[in-house]
Design a protein around this ligand. Structure first.
Ligand SMILES: O=C(O)C[C@H](O)C(=O)O
Ligand code: SF4
Length: 511
């Protein structure tokens, strides 16, 4: 079992830090399809730089290492109890070494278990089979994309598309709609798994099961193959683009499966996965526990590191505006949607727990003129009790929509950084108070960790590592203004234009 445990540690570390080959190829294709100089092209450059940095640092690609979900197929007689114990031990170990963020939170008390173990975490599923080896697969699916999963019950009425009936064309409409409703919030461009049929539970399970397929396989069922190809081609006409900034690629992969249903129910379930599609697998010898072969590793491996060096010579950077807190209202009012800013100096992290806390309590520090970063980092303490940032990309900002505007006004905060954009309430507050929303590239956790030069302090540690308020000193932290103090929002514009584009897919296609 010791070897099996070591194999599991390796599986977790590799999955968290190195994207599989099929995923790299899909991202490379998207990159080649964007026009140089656009926001989408810039974002994809950051994404591929980040992939290369994660390879090199053997550190998490994204700070949200998600809900670890293992799927094991085992020969009859293999001891599942022992395997489960070894997997749990491996999870705790990978958390201790900073390859996983402590992500297991008590749903009633809010307490973080600190080692990723707890009721329901990790998810481990076993299946017996006739083969003589163990097939072990792992997916680390983050929370932002998980929140964009969606389940439709047919028939239904859909924005832009009208009625979706109980047939293949109705299914087509649901799947197109699922990509539209995700906008950039699940760190598009994404991959989707579609589950047709089943009940509410087995439908979602089937959808997630599709995410274990190679992105390049061909569906043996002709109707499903047609559906997959249709969606992949046409969802990319929605113009949502990388991070929802607009652009040519919105979807990187679509895989669909179908199971039977009962007459009254007709569910279409969609599991959305961000570009940081972390899933790997291995064949393991059941006697020795050793790795026999890695899965998803056929074909060419794209090493983005080489491209980083080449691209650095070519790119002329867009004009960047330096921002350093404390920021004046005048400075904020001079910023407009589309401006690229480079932040130097201090910023403070604050996500779900902090926003709720600040809505009911005083701030632990003076936030006047300051910058709040929606981020739950991976942190490690060294032997001298000093904290280090191991991964620190933005989290989905829309969750703070109920609080954000009020908090900015009350504490004098001038800028918030996050991803995916915010809604009408925040936009109004930015206008009234003089604030901006800055979009960072979701998932680019190594890229941003590199911009953080020191950890100057931390407050509210009782909320656990991802939710505490970290005081970070940064250098050249780049972000784009996507909501300004003049009532403009790139997110609102893209949502509107993509809804109009969605409507072109209203007419029946599969008869
Ligand atoms: O929890 C996080 O750090 C990010 C999350 O995955 C998100 O996409 O919002
Ligand atoms: S931040 Fe983005 S890339 Fe990271 S897990 Fe969340 S959705 Fe995925």
């Amino acid at each position: 079992m010791e070897k099996f445990y070591e194999s599991m540690v390796e599986l977790i570390v590799e999955t968290s830090t190195r994207l599989p080959r099929d995923v790299r190829r899909a991202i490379q294709k998207a990159k080649l399809g964007e026009n140089a100089g656009t926001r989408a092209a810039m974002s994809l450059n950051t994404i591929t730089d980040n992939i290369a940095m994660a390879d090199e640092n053997v550190s998490p690609i994204c700070q949200d290492t998600g809900l670890p979900t293992f799927k094991l197929k085992v020969p009859v007689g293999a001891n599942q109890i022992k395997m489960k114990e070894a997997i749990k031990r491996a999870i705790a170990e990978a958390t201790k070494t900073g390859k996983l963020r402590p992500n297991s939170v008590d749903s009633l008390t809010g307490g973080n278990t600190g080692d990723n173990l707890g009721d329901g975490t990790p998810v481990i599923k076993f299946e017996q089979w006739e083969n003589d080896y163990i097939d072990a697969r792992l997916i680390l699916k983050g929370g932002g994309c998980e929140n964009k999963n969606i389940q439709y019950s047919l028939p239904c009425e859909l924005d832009g598309l009208g009625r979706a009936g109980r047939d293949l064309d109705g299914i087509r409409k649901c799947v197109m709609h699922s990509v539209y409703q995700a906008q950039g919030q699940g760190c598009s461009a994404g991959f989707i798994g579609v589950g047709i049929g089943g009940d509410r539970t087995s439908g979602y399970e089937l959808a997630k099961e599709q995410l274990f397929r190679s992105n390049e396989d061909v569906n043996p069922i002709p109707e499903l193959r047609e559906l997959e190809e249709y969606v992949l081609e046409n969802a990319n006409k929605l113009g949502i683009g990388t991070m929802g900034f607009g652009g040519e690629t919105t979807l990187l992969g679509c895989k669909a499966g179908a199971i039977n249903r009962i007459p009254a129910s007709f569910f279409v379930s969609v599991a959305y996965n961000c570009w940081a599609f972390r899933r790997l697998g291995m064949k393991i010898n059941p006697e020795t526990g050793e790795i026999e072969e890695w899965l998803y590793q056929e074909g060419e491996e794209i090493d983005f590191a080489k491209e980083v060096a080449a691209a650095a010579e070519e790119i002329t950077p867009a004009e960047e505006i330096i921002l350093e807190a404390p920021i004046t209202e005048e400075k904020i009012r001079s910023l407009k949607v589309g401006d690229v800013v480079k932040i130097i100096g201090m910023m403070y992290t604050g996500r779900d727990a902090i926003h709720k806390y600040l809505s009911e309590n005083d701030a632990p520090i003076d936030l006047n003129g300051q910058i709040i970063y929606h981020c739950g980092p991976v942190m490690l303490k060294d032997e001298n009790e000093k904290w280090h940032v191991k991964a620190a990309g933005p989290t989905t900002s829309i969750r703070e929509e109920p609080y954000q505007g009020d908090i900015m006004k009350r504490f004098g905060i001038r800028a918030v950084i996050g991803k995916g954009g915010m809604g009408a309430k925040t936009l109004k507050a930015l206008e009234e108070h003089g604030g901006v929303y800055l979009n960072a590239i979701g998932g680019a956790a190594q890229y941003y960790a590199d911009c953080i030069k020191s950890v100057e302090g931390v407050d509210l540690m009782q909320f656990g590592i991802p939710e505490a308020m970290w005081h970070l000193k940064v250098q050249d932290f780049k972000a784009v203004v996507t909501m300004d103090s003049h009532g403009n929002s790139l997110h609102k514009d893209v949502e509107q234009s993509s809804l109009e584009r969605l409507a072109q897919f209203k007419e029946p296609v599969f008869k």
